[in-house]
Each structure stands twice: as structure tokens, then as C-alpha cells.
Design a protein around this ligand. Structure first.
Ligand code: SAM
Length: 283
């Protein structure tokens, strides 16, 4: 599929998701708090200008505005309805917020920065060209500026991925990609380093979330984009597989309030520095 068409499909999907996003984005809200708490551990003068990449409905943007009451914040998202939702959520702090509708992989950032902090909560796994995009972000960081990111990890929705595999194997079907493809922590670190940034810290979070039943879990991950794998099975077969996976999920991963699922996030704090040895001393 050509790039523009794929991009438009993604924009449409996120625009639709913006309407129900807040009902399903519990894991992003939790990881957003953990990301900002991690910054505190590294004591550091507050940034004056901050870029929130993939701001979604503005949960992270709001936390950033609260955590840095003097900073100007630029919230950017590829989906216009997400940006609109951010404006509505932020309300009183609107005067310190600039919003931009655009694809971080090709929008011109030069007039907006340079930034002391760039935050990417649950968005980098969407980058088509992560190395190039990290390079663009690094170019728009001040020296000493930081990039703080959370990215789906390989264990995200692991129970579900395993059941898809089980059903396909038993039914003699080729193994397909049903969930969002992920990279390891090491691979992301290599990309960030190749983009010219220096690691300060990295850590991982696993969360257990509970849903009323298998179907509501699947609806949730579809709404927030985690079920955005690629499958070539015909529609009728996809439906059969899905029903079987839900049936097995409800048996295998039952808990008091319905079913549980594991969410896994890799988190990174990187810095743009002229002198990498300083970072080693700081650690
Ligand atoms: C999972 S949501 C992020 C949520 C948000 N950061 C938060 O903390 O609540 C991912 C967001 O990234 C946006 N997005 C995906 N690819 C993008 C790109 N290339 N440029 C800008 N935004 C993008 C989507 O529209 C969506 O709103």
C-alpha cells in the first residue's frame, strides 16, 4: 500500500478512536505518570519548551502542563480530532499550549523548537522510519535536552498473542501478525543511539489490567491501536479465529472481575549532549 494511503488510513483510525479513546487508555495514563516521575529522579532544571509527540486526547499533555508550570508546550498529533480533544481537555492552560496537526515523521519542526524536553508516550512504535524520526527529534532538542519515551514491549498482550498462535497452529493455518509488531529494548536503544542521543536511563513496566470479558478486552485494544496487526486471512476466517480466541481467553485468563491482560511498556530517557562522558559520570 502506498505511503500516503496508509497514512490516511491511520489518521482515519485515530480520528475514530478519539471518540472512545479515554474509556480504553488506562495503560497509557499509568505509564504517563511513571514517565514523568522518572524525570524527577534525575534532578534537572525544568525545560522551557516541551514537545508532546502523539498527544492523543491530551492526558500526557495535561500532566506535562501541571508538572512544568512555566513551560511552553507544543502538542502534536497526526489526527486532527485527537488534537481537538487535547484542546478541550487542557482548558485553563491553553495560553501555554500550542497545538499542531501533523505527522512527526515529516512535519516541519524547526519553527517550533528547540525543545528542552520531547515526550513520546506510546507513539514511537507507530513510526515507519524510527531512525530517521529520532534523528529529526534529536535535531530539534537543545544541547542537554532530553527525550522521554514509552513504547510497547514484546510482552504486550502476550496472553492474546499466544492464543492466536495456538489456534492457527491447531487449525493448520499460517502464523499471522494479529498484534502490533514490537522491537526489544536493545533494538530501540540502538536506534536512539544511532540517532545521536545518549542513554541516561531505561526501564520496563508490566501492568495487569482487567476487563469485563474477552470481547471488551479486544474492543479496548482495537480502540487504542494495539490490535493493529496485519492478517491476510479472509474475513470469514478472521471472524472464526477471533471467536475461538475469545472463547479460549475467557477460560484461560479469567479473574475475579472478568479477564486479565498483561501490558508491557519499554521506557527510555535519552539526552542530547556534546560530551557523552559527562552522562556516564552523571549515572
Ligand atoms: C496511543 S496514542 C498516544 C497517547 C498519548 N501520548 C497519551 O499519553 O495519552 C498514539 C497517538 O499517536 C498519534 N500518532 C501516531 N502516529 C503519529 C505520527 N506519525 N505523528 C504524530 N502523531 C502520531 C495517534 O494519532 C495517537 O493519537
Amino acid at each position: 500500500m502506498d505511503r500516503e494511503k496508509e497514512k490516511q488510513q491511520r489518521v482515519n483510525r485515530f480520528n475514530r478512536a478519539s471518540l472512545i479513546y479515554d474509556d480504553y487508555a488506562e495503560s497509557y495514563r499509568k505509564v504517563a505518570c511513571r514517565l514523568l516521575m522518572q524525570l524527577d529522579r534525575h534532578g534537572w532544571p525544568p525545560p522551557r519548551r516541551i514537545l508532546d509527540v502523539g498527544c492523543g486526547t491530551g492526558h500526557m499533555t495535561q500532566l506535562i502542563l501541571e508538572a512544568f508550570p512555566e513551560a511552553e508546550v507544543v502538542a502534536l498529533d497526526i489526527a486532527d480530532r485527537m488534537v481537538r480533544a487535547t484542546c478541550e481537555k487542557v482548558g485553563d492552560d491553553r495560553s501555554r499550549l500550542k497545538v499542531v496537526v501533523g505527522d512527526v515523521e515529516d512535519v516541519d519542526l524547526s519553527g517550533l523548537g528547540p525543545f528542552g524536553l520531547i515526550v513520546c508516550n506510546a507513539v514511537c512504535h507507530w513510526f515507519r522510519e524510527p531512525l530517521k524520526t529520532f534523528g529529526r527529534l534529536a535535531d530539534n532538542l537543545e544541547t542537554g535536552g532530553r527525550l522521554l519515551a514509552s513504547i510497547y514491549g514484546p510482552d504486550n498482550c502476550a496472553e492474546l498473542g499466544a492464543l492466536f498462535g495456538q489456534v492457527e497452529e491447531e487449525w493448520n493455518l499460517p502464523r499471522e501478525q494479529h498484534l502490533f509488531p514490537t522491537r526489544s529494548s536493545k533494538e530501540w536503544e540502538e536506534l536512539l543511539t544511532a540517532a545521536g542521543l545518549v542513554k541516561i536511563d531505561s526501564w520496563e513496566s508490566w501492568m495487569r489490567l482487567e476487563y469485563a470479558n474477552g470481547l471488551s478486552f479486544l474492543k479496548a485494544i482495537k480502540a487504542v491501536g494495539e490490535a493493529a496487526g496485519r492478517t491476510s486471512h479472509p474475513l470469514w476466517l478472521q471472524r472464526r479465529i477471533l471467536l475461538e480466541v475469545i472463547r479460549r481467553y475467557e477460560r484461560a485468563h479469567r479473574c475475579g472481575n472478568g479477564v486479565y491482560a498483561t501490558m508491557h511498556f519499554l521506557q527510555f530517557l535519552f539526552e542530547k549532549t556534546d560530551d557523552p562522558s559527562e552522562v556516564m559520570l552523571f549515572k
